[in-house]
Design a protein around this ligand. Structure first.
Ligand SMILES: [Zn+2]
Length: 443
């Protein structure tokens, strides 16, 4: 994994390998600027524009996790790319949603006790185009990290996966006669299109969450075409059971389903179905940064991933977004950034009936520490003797809990703790390399 580098005026320089960073720190030519993501600052050098190379941030937005990758482009051929950093942002949309639902329920219960009250005159509906708080949070955290990375690396462009499949490549697939071909870029776009069109379930039995195969409604062996209007999705069992029977015979005892499949096969998917409002909102905000934004489709991402033989993780998916012919240095640990929030305004907890239960302390800091700080604790003696690094949860007593990679360590005194990085609303962990090198070969 590359180390981010700033010059003495805190302007970003090209990221450098870990070894070089270690030497710079040992010789006193650099200081640690930030622990996560690890960033050093040179003490004796200012940036020269000529030494900078093109760097891209690539984003694969997801509902729970967004993959973010920083890559360096080859100057001569931008499609040759070297991975500098893999990162995954874990969103907390679900938590936000639950908190708001709970608040709404508690309010409703309290207000209902006041017998009938007329609705407010300005009982508000959200303005058109406004995202729900849980979705806005996804856009906000992703943008926060794009902006942060732009401050830490000399980013020259952004690539994002904006749609699942590219309508432009297929140009109205039902009418223009796009044909499915295994393993081509267009084949992958068609596959994503079909998943969306048939709602990710088996057309014959309705099974979801199972591997789906592409099925020819009118079988190929009986002269059926590869055109999109002749394709549907089937689970393995249904596909095998159907074999090369015509659909009218296979579904002879279920005329309703037969009718529905035939109608749906002919109807093209509306353009709007492929548009995801959160991704569009993110795209517009990325454009507002002023950097050139390249957009791509999920079909292309999958095509690149399988062609380049890269395993499936959110971060590596991000590396495969957009036009890529080769990627190197991708087998590195991934930095997982979990959105934790910065604590809660609520100073009391509620029981399940919505009545207060206990009170939380009012001050946010204890002995100079705050929940969410990244700390290192060196406990010299006793049952907890050892060194621990992780996210701290403070207690009024000064006896803290530390969330380490191995688990939570309870009851560590503040006297043993040293601050590494202030709480910034995120928890950081590392995931091991996607492919472990052979232990015997290393030895
Ligand atoms: Zn099935």
């Amino acid at each position: 994994m590359a180390v981010l580098v700033l010059d003495k005026r805190k302007k970003p320089l090209m990221p450098c390998p870990e070894k070089r960073a270690r030497l710079l720190l040992e010789r006193g030519r650099a200081v640690v600027h930030r622990m996560r993501p690890f960033t050093i600052r040179l003490k004796d050098r200012a940036v020269e524009e000529s030494v900078l190379q093109p760097i891209q941030i690539k984003i694969d937005p997801g509902s729970k996790t967004t993959g973010v990758t920083v890559i360096r482009e080859d100057v001569a051929n931008p499609e040759q790319q070297q991975v500098l950093m893999l990162m995954e942002i874990e969103h907390r949309g679900q938590q936000i949603r639950e908190n708001l639902t709970q608040r709404r329920a508690f309010r409703r219960r309290r207000r209902n006790q006041l017998r009938h009250r007329a609705p407010r005159f300005d009982n508000r509906t959200p303005p058109q185009g406004q995202l729900a708080p849980s979705l806005q949070h996804r856009v906000d955290t992703t943008m926060a990290w794009v902006n942060r990375l732009c401050r830490l690396a000399p980013v020259t462009g952004i690539t994002m996966e904006r749609v699942r499949f590219d309508m432009q490549i297929m140009e109205n697939p039902e009418i223009s006669g796009v044909e499915y071909q295994q393993g081509t870029l267009q084949g992958y776009e068609v596959r994503e299109y079909l998943l969306e069109k048939w709602q990710r379930c088996c057309a014959y039995c309705g099974a979801t969450q199972v591997p789906l195969e592409i099925d020819h409604i009118h079988p190929k062996s009986r002269g059926g075409s590869d055109r999109v209007s002749n394709l549907t999705l089937a689970c393995r069992d249904c596909n095998q059971a159907k074999g090369n029977q015509p659909v009218e015979i296979f579904l002879a005892d279920d005329p309703k389903r037969l009718q529905r499949i035939e109608a749906q096969a002919k109807a093209p998917l509306k353009d709007a179905a492929a548009v995801n409002s959160t991704r569009w909102a993110l795209f517009r905000q990325l454009q507002a940064t002023g950097l050139p934004v390249i957009t791509s489709s999920g079909g292309r991402t999958k095509y690149n991933r399988q062609r380049l033989g890269v395993p499936k993780t959110h971060a590596l998916d991000a590396a495969c977004v957009g036009p890529v012919t080769a990627i190197t240095h991708w087998n590195v640990p991934t930095l997982t950034v979990r959105a934790t929030g910065r604590g809660s305004y609520q100073r009391t907890r509620l029981n399940r009936f919505g009545f207060p239960r206990g009170y939380l302390m009012r001050q946010k800091q204890v002995k100079g520490f705050q929940t969410g700080d990244l700390v290192q604790a060196n406990v010299p003696t006793g049952k907890k003797a050892g060194t621990y690094q992780g996210r701290v949860a403070i207690r009024a007593t000064g006896s803290f809990n530390i969330q380490t990679r191995e688990g939570v360590v309870q009851g560590i005194s503040h006297r043993h703790c040293r601050l590494l990085q202030r709480a910034d609303g995120y928890g950081y962990t590392f995931q091991p390399k996607p492919i472990q090198e052979d232990a015997t070969r290393a030895a």
